[in-house]
Design a protein. Structure first.
Length: 233
């Protein structure tokens, strides 16, 4: 029996070498308190062909974002041996991301004054295999964990103050690499400098003033233009 189990794991591992689940979340927090980006949720075609369902290892997309919100599009995803769904969004409000506390998965972005805070928890537990005492189940869980292709990145308009993820060299992007069987804490805080806010307002004000002056000049030119003289023959 032990030989059969080991052989089964070895056979399944051949399919898992290319990845069992794919999660790619790429978000960009904009200065106007909106979010743009995409989220890919997919499972391996080879794993699905074996009748193994690994989708339960991924957080359900509809627990993270409101697919009916303006600016959100949902499309089928089928690429590089994975099949699933892609959620894309362009300048959607922070409220489009759900965080009602009813599930173990949520992403929440809030702004209070000058500070923008990202919070959330993603649960990547795969069934009960992580707590099993059966060596076969534990080995299977390890295979899933090593084969998962998962990444979460969030870009901010300014440098990050602190985060539970890995901060990029420019200080504006945070990256997490989740692991199956674990819970991921998403916490990041940034602060919009007052000077940056004022400069943005000045730019908008300058554009508005230039537009108004151009309209006034155009109206004045039309009023002062003399009619062409009539010539008599």
């Amino acid at each position: 029996m032990k030989i059969i189990k080991v052989a089964a794991v070895a056979f399944l591992s051949m399919f898992l070498l290319t990845g069992c689940v794919k999660l790619d979340i790429a978000l960009e927090v904009n200065r106007d308190s909106t979010i743009s980006g995409s989220m890919i949720f997919a499972i391996s075609d080879s794993l699905a062909a074996l009748g193994t369902d690994a989708s339960s290892a991924l957080p359900a997309a509809d627990t993270l974002i409101n697919s009916n919100a303006d600016g959100v599009q949902v499309m089928p995803y089928k690429k590089d041996g994975y099949t699933g769904s892609t959620y894309t969004f362009d300048h959607v409000p922070f409220s489009a991301f759900k965080s009602d506390g009813t599930t173990s998965n949520d992403i929440k972005v809030t702004r209070t004054g000058d500070r923008i805070k990202l919070t959330g928890t993603l649960d990547f537990s795969y069934g009960d295999t992580a707590e099993s005492t059966d060596p076969f189940s534990n080995l299977l869980a390890q295979s899933f964990t090593s084969a998962a292709d998962m990444k979460i990145s969030v870009k901010f308009p300014v440098k990050v103050l602190n985060s539970t993820g890995t901060i990029s060299e420019d200080g504006k992007t945070v990256t997490w690499v989740p692991k199956l069987g674990e819970k991921l804490d998403l916490t990041t805080v940034v602060e919009i400098p007052k000077g940056l806010q004022r400069s943005s307002l000045l730019i908008y004000a300058g554009v508005l003033v230039a537009l108004v002056l151009s309209l006034l000049l155009l109206v004045r030119m039309r009023k002062t233009r003399k009619p062409e003289a009539d010539f008599e023959i």
